[in-house]
Design a protein around this ligand. Structure first.
Ligand code: UGA
Length: 430
């Protein structure tokens, strides 16, 4: 099939590459000229493992890059829906994409199926996209569930494909599009598909906030939260995925989507108590590291604190929603000097985050003379740091493991004052 992908962000680029691999002829349509030029040269303008090589394999063959949408059998709208001040989703990019398609489609030699892959509040495709395109295209809602950092693997091998349609016309083209995907395919209404996406992200975020609260309880009890989660996850009704305790969830999706769903709920006169709790737990969680530093250093004023990891999670250069932001700000507010390090995201952090932080080029540089070190992102390179490095470089070897990624026992043996979030140390079996 001829497939147009409108918007070459994480979702659009990855989806385009994977559909080209599946044998479709894909055009990646991107309005930003710099991004378009980079992609046309085979450069992915963000860090996503394996995507450069996968793009190179299909570029100029089954995949091309363009500034304007060309006739296609299926057009997938993959533009961003960032949060507005009040938490609701900003639909301006979606409207612009729908207007562009509405202007182009009537002159095409075929009637396309236009599917909305962007995450949009339930009812948006009916209210915003349908009036613009109605007569000239069959419409579908096709939410995406890939994660940054494992985007290719997730898109190649999804757990399920969800498609919402207004009538039967869009169903067959969407089945053909994903014919090679061996997973359950759910065909349903547009609003159901839209809500499935929000409900999925909100439940994943809920699991994380739940695990984070249990972690704080476990820590006070001298219990290791991972031991709890492992045994809890053995119940077939529960599972341990996304119960990984840490400094909270970030990224461009969970915070934004939970806020947007909360906004939708209020508009529908439903009080979103659960969603409120998920977000307020997530706001409080990063402050664990700041509290620990304040207590162990006897105040923050004049202290030097190293923050290892600025990306919102390992495997990405994305700093949107990173928990490093509230941590760095709270440390600086307390009078500390903050030195940050990240293998990939340093530049993005400096560009996009307004916070008082000095960037270090190496881990050693970040640790030099520090009074405390906070592990914020579980990059594998941090777990491989020799315990002696903390002792040799830091003024006071205080290590606060906000992602439970370090080997606490080896650090303690080397002379480090170690605290792991949710990792009680007094619980002895007897
Ligand atoms: C998330 C969802 O997992 C995807 O299914 C969805 O498609 C995507 O949002 C989206 O809506 O576009 P993503 O934000 O890329 O994907 O990354 P995740 O791996 O889900 O991590 C999100 C945050 O949760 C990160 O800050 C991560 O550190 C945190 N997390 C994750 C935890 O704190 N504990 C866990 O057990 C898992």
């Amino acid at each position: 099939m001829d497939v147009a992908i409108v918007g070459a962000g994480y979702v659009g680029t990855t989806t385009g590459v994977v559909l080209a691999e599946a044998g479709h002829d894909v055009t990646l349509v991107e309005v930003d000229a710099d991004r378009r030029d980079a992609l046309a040269e085979g450069e992915v303008p963000f860090h996503e493992p394996g995507l450069d090589d996968a793009l190179a394999d299909v570029l100029g063959g089954r995949l091309t890059v363009a500034g304007k949408v060309e006739p296609a059998d299926v057009a997938l709208v993959c533009v961003g829906t960032p949060p507005r001040e009040d938490g609701s989703a900003d639909l301006s990019q979606l409207k612009a994409a729908a207007d562009d398609l509405a202007a182009a489609v009537p002159s095409w030699d075929r009637r396309p199926t236009v599917a909305v892959k962007s995450t949009v509040p339930p009812g948006t495709t009916r209210r915003v996209v349908r009036p613009r395109l109605g007569e000239h295209a069959d419409l579908a809602v096709n939410p995406e569930f890939l994660r940054e950092g494992s985007a290719l693997a997730d898109a190649r091998d999804p757990d399920r494909i969800v498609v919402g349609t207004f009538d039967d016309a869009a169903e067959q083209p969407m089945r053909d599009l994903y014919a090679d995907r061996d997973c359950p395919k759910v065909f349903t209404t547009p609003e159901t598909a839209e809500l499935v996406k929000y409900a999925s992200n909100a439940l994943l975020a809920t699991k994380i906030s739940f695990a984070n609260e249990i972690a704080l309880i476990a820590e006070q009890l001298g219990v290791d939260v991972d031991d709890v989660v492992e045994a809890v996850g053995m119940d077939h009704r529960l599972n341990a995925a996304f119960l990984g305790a840490g400094l909270g969830f970030g990224g461009s999706c969970f915070p934004k989507d939970v806020q947007a769903l909360r906004h939708v709920a209020r508009e529908l006169d439903v009080e979103p108590r659960m969603l409120d709790a998920v977000l307020s737990t997530n706001d409080a969680q990063p402050l664990w590291a700041v509290r620990q530093a304040r207590t162990l250093l006897d105040g923050l004023d004049g202290r030097r604190v190293a923050v290892l990891g600025l990306a919102f999670k390992p495997g990405t250069s994305d700093v949107r929603g990173s928990r490093a932001v509230p941590i760095v700000r709270a440390l600086a507010d307390g009078g500390a000097t903050v030195v940050g390090h990240d293998p990939m995201a340093g530049q993005a952090f400096a560009e996009h985050v307004d916070a008082e932080v000095t960037l270090a080029g190496t881990v050693e540089e970040a640790l030099d003379g520090a009074d405390a070190c906070i592990l914020q992102t579980a990059w594998p390179a941090y777990a491989a740091i020799d315990p002696a490095t903390f002792v040799d470089r830091m003024r006071r070897p205080v290590v606060l493991d906000g992602r439970r990624a370090l080997d606490g026992a080896s650090l303690i043996e080397a002379g480090v004052t170690y605290r792991g979030l949710g990792n009680g140390t007094q619980g002895e079996r007897s």
